[in-house]
Design a protein around this ligand. Structure first.
Ligand code: FMN
Length: 190
């Protein structure tokens, strides 16, 4: 599958079969994360695989967006390991973790596993529930599993801004006239 076809195939899956994701498939997904680029190659990602009954049950207390998935990956980064830009001390941890997460959801798509990237979780609750070390920052919760037969993309999925609304050549002239047509609310998750 070429990359654009794969990227088009991916959508946020919010309804799953209870079928477990096989270890071989999980390993491929984790491998895709391992191969991600990170700043200075520091690889600060720390990934918690949540797949047992107790772990999945706890998830329901941390986010309403668990979708009863049989598997979740909590992508964190270690604040003591991630790179920092010397000019302004911007930390790359969120970026590194996001690239890792992106590679994993795309690999998942490639092998027939659906996912949704969930940011709406209570970080304090999740840190406490899973005894996450203080220096680990949770960034992305990837709920995963085989898509239910009737899983379908939400209406947001098809709404992509035109390329010329988001891409500018050589300078940003004209940016003020650009409307973000598709964004109707800043807090929608369906
Ligand atoms: C950083 C980030 C945070 C997101 N948080 C949530 C979330 O908390 N709950 C949810 O249901 N979807 C969440 N999503 C999924 C988006 O709503 C979804 O990607 C977007 O509407 C486009 O739809 P698509 O993924 O089907 O193409 C998140 C996606 C990203 C990238």
């Amino acid at each position: 599958m070429n990359f654009i076809t794969l990227a088009e195939k991916r959508f946020s899956v919010r309804k799953f079969k209870s079928t477990l994701v096989e270890k071989e498939k999980l390993d491929l997904i984790l491998k895709a994360g391992q191969l991600a680029p990170t700043a200075v190659n520091f690889q600060p990602q720390r990934i918690l695989v949540i797949q047992n009954e107790a772990g999945l049950k706890k998830l329901q207390e941390c986010t309403p967006y668990h979708f009863h998935a049989p598997l979740a990956l909590l992508v964190c980064y270690d604040k003591t390991t991630s790179a920092e830009r010397s000019f302004d001390h911007k930390n790359s941890g969120d970026i590194d973790a996001s690239i890792v997460a992106t590679q994993m959801i795309l690999e998942a798509t490639d092998i027939g596993i659906g996912s949704t990237w969930v940011m709406h979780f209570d970080p304090q609750k999740i840190k406490k529930s899973y005894a996450i070390p203080d220096q680990f920052e949770p960034v992305a919760l990837l709920v995963m599993g085989y898509p239910a037969d009737d899983a379908a993309p939400s209406k947001l999925h098809a709404q992509r801004n035109a390329i010329d609304q988001t891409v500018f050549y050589d300078d940003f002239s004209g940016w003020e006239g650009i409307k973000n047509d598709n964004i109707t609310s800043t807090n929608h998750h369906s």
